[in-house]
Design a protein around this ligand. Sequence first.
Ligand code: SF4
Length: 375
Amino acid sequence: MKALGVYIHIPFCVQKCRYCDFLSAPSTEEARAEYLEALKREMINEASAYEEYEVKTVFFGGGTPSILEAEQIRECMEVLQSHYRLAADAEISMEMNPGTASLEKLQVMRASGINRLSIGLQSTVDEELRMLGRIHTYADFEKTYYAAREAGFTNINVDLMSAIPGQSVEGWRKTLQRVVDLEPEHISAYSLIIEEGTPLYENIESYPAIPSEEEDRIMYQDTKSLLKEHGYERYEISNYAKSGYECKHNVVYWTRENYAGFGLGASSMVENVRWKNTDDMKIYLGQQELKEEVHELSKSECMEEFMYLGLRMMGGVSCREFLNTFGVSMDEIYGDVLRHWKNMGVLWQDEDNVALTDAGIDVSNQIFADFLLDE
Ligand code: SF4
């Protein structure tokens, strides 16, 4: 059977964080219930398209999926289990925010098959959390984290964010240290990007200064060294894991395996066709003509994606796999580009793999752009 990843989008949050430009918003209980009915309908209606697939990973993202009632989460899982072929060892993740799930809810989540949590902490400094408009304190996070362990979760990711306005190198070290002391299996560490249109962007002058380039560089180096020291392997530009705990669902994206997205605005890629669900809630609830931007990727586009998505992973991309997939060698298509960047010291290559060097990660966007082909 062919492998499939499933993404389920829950576009609700308790309140909007000041830096957030994701498809999410506060909502009423009724709105959530109505959405859940549409979501389950979509998953049931689409199931026949995936009869030949085995679901290897599921990711409930958002938004804040843990805002749902325990019963709603259980019902979603039941639809998946009864209409899709779920692998016995499937990785089933749910994003959550501190303070949105009691021990009882976590126990229901675990019992319904969810086996991985991704907790949005961002910072252990309460002042920074307040500034970002997060709904929780560090103490709330600790409570949620310990409750998750008590409920039986043995695979937990913690999301962290550097380059927050007013953040010091010391503050970032403290955040890292406190989190590694808790020994989560996985840590995602991103730099804050201040997106146009967000309250943070619009009022940036009223916030403390963002860390300087020099401070940013020190934070980046600290992240790498401290996490390495504590047994976290960096396996992707922003992701670190204890051995065997890499996020399988994210690897689906980077290795271009098939994935189906359900819910408002969810993206899919199946057999080299990409599409996106509508992000208009009214249309979504009507469950008619959901798919937009349907695009069959050309061979060139598939090769481009193979390179720039695969190179996000520290293991890089395999020349043998490129040849098997496209019937042409990587060297024939990208020989000049590879030689150029290898000479610059930002790519390395062994017999089969091509990957970014440490220096390459700093200029990865420039490198990735070079893998675009003229049609
Ligand atoms: S919790 Fe996440 S999705 Fe929700 S508003 Fe904050 S950043 Fe956005």
